[in-house]
Design a protein around this ligand. Structure first.
Ligand SMILES: [Zn+2]
Length: 74
């Protein structure tokens, strides 16, 4: 099965974080306020407000996401 990326981006608490957790069953995203384990090892509540997508990227998540995208295990 083709998987474009083993992670996705989730805005939470002022930054754009990445997570390799799967989405909850039946949805393409995390509902507002759902707790997600991020690649930077924080557990944060997802924020789907329109401006949230303009937040800066979380640096540790960005580094981990690049490693995942390159096929490395984190
Ligand atoms: Zn992060």
């Amino acid at each position: 099965m083709y998987q474009p990326h083993p992670f996705h981006w989730i805005p939470a608490q002022g930054k754009r974080h990445a997570s390799s957790e799967s989405y909850p069953a039946g949805v393409q995203g995390y509902p507002d306020g759902s707790e997600v384990s991020m690649l930077c090892e924080q557990k944060l509540a997802a924020d789907n407000s329109p401006l949230a997508w303009l937040w800066d990227t979380c640096e540790p998540c960005n580094v981990a996401a690049h490693l995942l995208a390159a096929g490395a295990a984190v």
